[in-house]
Write a protein that binds this ligand. Structure first.
Ligand code: GLN
Length: 205
């Protein structure tokens, strides 16, 4: 089974752990860089991207996540986690001057579904999943633009991408951990496990 970390600075941590356990993954809470060692994957949960970026700054956790990703660790970002993964963020207020993870070739705009629609649910067809899933959007970022052909759109909501995949990065603007449907967590666990063999081998003693 893959070993998957859950970034546990703030946000929907326990819900992701539950979903990961349901698909057979072993989990580890991550609050500092050393806890990233030997993970197959990392979930960056929803919550508040500005709070997470601030809490991560004291230990340089965001650049450490980026380095581990470059060495093969898969990353799954949901909602605020998508904001932290995106290479381009509009409405950066509160994020300026703080490191993010980056690496995902999309442009997002925070809180962009409009005041009246701050939170809503929608049934989405997701590529690779058998049945449509209920997607919960909570003050969600919108993916305004896909910036590279390497990004595969897995699902769309209201005419824009709501779930994307690029190599071993997966991201959703909604919260897949808040429903019983664990399809996306299963997909991510499979991606994390399949990439394990490609990772740079650890130096032998
Ligand atoms: N609005 C939040 C942000 O900007 C994201 C909301 C969420 O993760 N549910 O980080």
């Amino acid at each position: 089974a893959p070993v998957i970390g859950v970034l546990a600075l703030q946000g929907a941590v326990a819900e992701h752990q539950r979903a990961l356990h349901a698909v057979g993954a072993t989990t580890r809470l991550v609050r500092r860089p050393a806890e990233l060692e030997n993970l197959d994957g990392l979930v960056v949960p929803g919550g508040e991207s500005t709070a997470m970026a601030r809490l991560a700054a004291s230990t340089n956790l965001m650049p450490a996540i980026r380095e581990h990703h470059e060495q093969g660790m898969a990353v799954f970002g949901t909602c605020a986690g998508l904001i932290l993964l995106a290479n381009d963020v509009a409405d950066e207020a509160g994020l300026q001057g703080f490191d993010r993870i980056g690496g995902l070739d999309v442009a997002v705009r925070r809180n962009a579904y409009g005041a009246q629609l701050d939170s809503f649910e929608e049934q989405l067809e997701v590529r690779g999943l058998e049945a449509p899933m209920t997607a919960v959007f909570i003050r969600a970022p919108i993916i305004e633009q896909v910036l590279s052909d390497d990004v595969e759109v897995l699902a769309e909501a209201r005419g824009t991408a709501a779930a994307v995949c690029q190599g071993n990065l997966v991201a959703t603007s909604f919260h897949p951990e808040l429903t019983e449907d664990t399809g996306l967590h299963r997909l991510f666990a499979e991606i994390a496990e399949s990439r394990r063999s490609r990772r740079r081998p650890a130096l032998s003693p």
